[in-house]
Design a protein around this ligand. Structure first.
Ligand SMILES: Nc1ncnc2c1ncn2[C@@H]1O[C@H](COP(=O)(O)OP(=O)(O)OP(=O)(O)O)[C@@H](O)[C@H]1O
Ligand SMILES: [Mg+2]
Length: 272
């Protein structure tokens, strides 16, 4: 096994052994030191494999450690125990091939909408006409055409979150980490975003970890739903969703979908 150097291009291109998963998260634990000898164990022994191009949802109650887990995978937080491997490389810090959509939009208030979306391309030195066109296309797709020159403070929370989504999708990330990205959107927009995410995933083969509270959102989007227990959390059940792609809205009302909802509700302890 090699230690991952995020600034070393060769390292980021190194391929995992064909039988290895794209992402391998092994026995991850996180204990927060609260000071005064107190500590809080947020997650305990979480293991998960993410195959290339697959989407796994992390479903669980508030406070169980979903954001903590995602931040560890992103290299933004260190684990107390366990390892994160992407393509066979140990991850110990942020990586330019990862994209993150946080629970809050975290836009730069001094930049216009378009310049916020273009930021990852600037950082990567990939600013060109096609990148600009992609940014404008994405803004159009999420219903923000005409808002390119506005500033974040002039947008609603849901609109800001859609800008953050465009920013994550503007470059071809290998790993997309999404933390309740559609929580601030109305039902209709959220369903449109589901189809947009799935079509982008199909086109780019990006691998996705998607945190949500919503059982139906998890099922509609996922190849696998990983259900987290209450804190200190582990994965108490994984549900393989075999609904065909492309997913279609009428599937949400079908018997098979309903069966998955029941299985997830049971795993969460909502129904017996
Ligand atoms: N920096 C921190 N210091 C101390 N405790 C923390 C810190 N960050 C998170 N926690 C604690 O860890 C636990 C898990 O938090 P986390 O934000 O990962 O939960 P979550 O599953 O994402 O919740 P939600 O669904 O409400 O977003 C919580 O009890 C929280 O109080
Ligand atoms: Mg969270």
């Amino acid at each position: 096994m090699t230690t991952f150097d995020p600034h070393h291009e060769q390292a980021s291109r190194r391929l995992a052994h064909p039988s290895e998963p794209f992402g391998k998260f092994s026995s991850i634990g996180k204990r927060y030191d609260l000071g005064g000898g107190e500590s809080l164990t947020a997650i305990e022994d979480v293991s998960l494999n993410l195959e290339k191009g697959k989407l796994i949802s992390l479903l669980g109650p508030s406070g169980c450690g979903k954001t903590t887990f995602l931040r560890i995978v992103a290299g933004l937080e260190s684990a107390t125990s366990g390892t994160v491997e992407i393509e066979g490389n140990l991850i110990s810090g942020p990586h330019p091939d990862f994209a993150f959509v946080f629970q809050q939009p975290n836009l730069m208030p001094w930049r216009t909408v378009l310049r916020n979306v273009l930021f990852p391309l600037e950082v990567r030195g990939e600013m060109n006409q096609s990148g600009r066109e992609r940014a404008l296309d994405l803004l159009d797709l999420v219903g923000l055409a005409g808002f390119e020159s506005r500033y974040p403070s002039e947008l609603s929370g849901g609109m800001q979150q859609r800008v953050a989504l465009c920013r994550a999708l503007v470059h071809d990330a290998k790993l997309l980490l999404m933390d309740e990205p559609f929580g601030a959107l109305d039902e209709l927009k959220r369903m449109e975003m589901h189809d947009l995410l799935l079509s982008i995933r199909e086109r780019t083969n990006v691998s996705v970890l998607f945190v949500t509270h919503s059982i139906s959102e998890a099922i509609y989007l996922s190849d696998t739903v990983a259900v987290f227990s209450t804190r200190p959390s582990t994965i108490c059940e994984t549900i393989e969703v075999t609904l065909p792609y492309p997913r279609q809205n009428q599937m949400r009302y079908g018997q098979q979908f309903n069966g998955y909802e029941l299985a997830a509700s049971r795993a969460l302890g909502i129904v017996r």
